[in-house]
Design a protein around this ligand. Structure first.
Ligand code: AMP
Length: 396
């Protein structure tokens, strides 16, 4: 049975959803679509992968009128998410013209596309750039969506977001989607929304499907243990998390040197490189993605069976986002934490904030020390998260 039929939506939208193969609304869709298509303000507490894009996409498709200028604006924290959202909305309609604008790529093609788009999905910085150049007109926006609002504020976009909101008409529908609804999000919604209804679908971790373990390991054996586990356990796609770009590069290089097919993704890579990496990973041409938290949120990556934390994140919320990449949609998953002395503070914080997590200590297997690559250029770089600059070889 197609349960989407219970929503009061146009036949063409029903058909588009059917063509996507969806017959049962996800929790966030079940709780929000009807209100969204009726033009109500909604705060949706839901993570990436919960089906939120389709939920607000339905509202956009039902309310935006072709050839009448820019009427729907979606703000996203990252370029990848902007692309994903654009693609999802395109799947829902053939009538509307949708474009994504974000930094790191040429601006002129975007200026051209902004002339005709009825729906724009944008990262805040590049959109402001267009606003300053007068190449985007927000006066007719009637639906404004903040996607991954918490991430956007964490990345320091609050002022940009406020300026963009102020440039949209007051008489509009406003939708916030956020994995967590904290004080900052509440303040923003109090300022800019009208009687929003809060809907929630945050079951990010299903304890019956997700196993969490940790190994205690000396810091100079950490990557040897990682390589050993990657080579000896059966798995689908794997994400390996590091706290800094630099460590991401180093871990990738080390794994490659030791025969593991690994690729790095972080915010320092060009847009083309990031898109190509995600496509290859999703197509399972490469099976180990080494990434910073930039990659943890927003990206639609399926079949991740294992996530490894080479560094434990400082912010316990990031741990939840990381482990939320696996054990999705009823599949099983494992989160593996590799702890050495400098990880214990962060690990303790996670255990304190999430006492419900059952993270089991596992005995370390006997592991051979692997080759650690030489670092040609050991100049200290500006990387505020990383204290022991230039010290990788000694660490691992
Ligand atoms: P999100 O990032 O929250 O928009 O979730 C996107 C993912 O959810 C994509 O992989 C979609 O294909 C999937 N999805 C969206 N709606 C449904 C649905 N009703 N049933 C199954 N999968 C869905």
């Amino acid at each position: 049975m197609n349960e989407f039929k219970e929503f009061n939506m146009s036949d063409s939208l029903q058909l588009a959803i059917q063509d996507l193969g969806f017959t049962k609304p996800t929790q966030i869709q079940a709780e929000s679509i009807q209100d969204i298509v009726q033009g109500k303000d909604i705060i949706g507490e839901s993570a990436t992968g919960s089906g939120k894009t389709l939920a607000f996409g339905c509202g956009i498709v039902e309310q935006v009128i072709p050839k009448q200028g820019l009427q729907a604006l979606v703000l996203t924290p990252t370029r990848e998410l902007a692309e994903q959202v654009k693609d999802m909305i395109k799947d829902l309609t053939k009538e509307l013209r949708i474009t994504a604008v974000y930094g790191g790529v040429a601006i002129n093609p975007q200026i051209h596309d902004l002339n005709w788009a009825e729906v724009v999905v944008a990262t805040p910085g590049r959109l402001l750039d267009h606003m300053q150049r007068g190449t985007v007109d927000l006066k007719k926006v009637k639906i404004l969506v903040l996607d991954e609002a918490d991430r956007m504020l964490d990345m320091g976009f609050l002022d940009d977001v406020e300026r963009i909101i102020h440039s949209c008409p007051r008489d509009r529908q406003t939708l916030f989607f956020s994995a967590t609804i904290d004080r900052k999000i509440k303040e923003l919604s109090n300022k800019h929304m009208i009687n929003p209804r809060k809907v929630s679908a945050v079951k990010m971790v299903d304890p019956t499907k997700l196993k969490q373990v940790y190994y205690n390991v000396d810091k100079n054996m950490k990557l040897s243990l990682l390589a050993h586990l990657l080579q000896n356990e059966e798995k689908d796609l794997v994400m390996v998390f590091c706290n800094t770009r630099r460590n991401t590069e180093f871990v990738t290089k080390t794994l490659k040197l030791n025969g593991v097919n690994a690729t790095a993704i972080h915010g320092g890579l060009s847009q083309n490189k990031r898109t190509e990496t995600i496509t290859r990973f999703n197509g399972a041409k490469t099976s180990v993605l080494v990434c910073t938290d930039v990659a943890a949120r927003g990206l639609d990556i399926g079949n991740v069976s294992h996530i490894y934390n080479v560094d434990l994140p400082k912010d316990a919320k990031d741990y939840v986002h990381r482990i939320g990449r696996t054990a999705r949609a009823g599949e099983e998953g494992i989160a593996v934490n590799l702890l050495c002395d400098y990880d214990h503070d962060n690990f303790r914080r996670i255990q304190q904030e999430y006492p419900e997590f059952d993270i089991e200590c596992v005995e370390r297997p006997n592991v051979k020390r692997i080759n650690i690559p030489a670092i040609k250029n050991n100049r200290p770089r500006r990387d505020n998260n990383f204290r022991n600059r230039g010290n990788f070889r000694r660490r691992y």
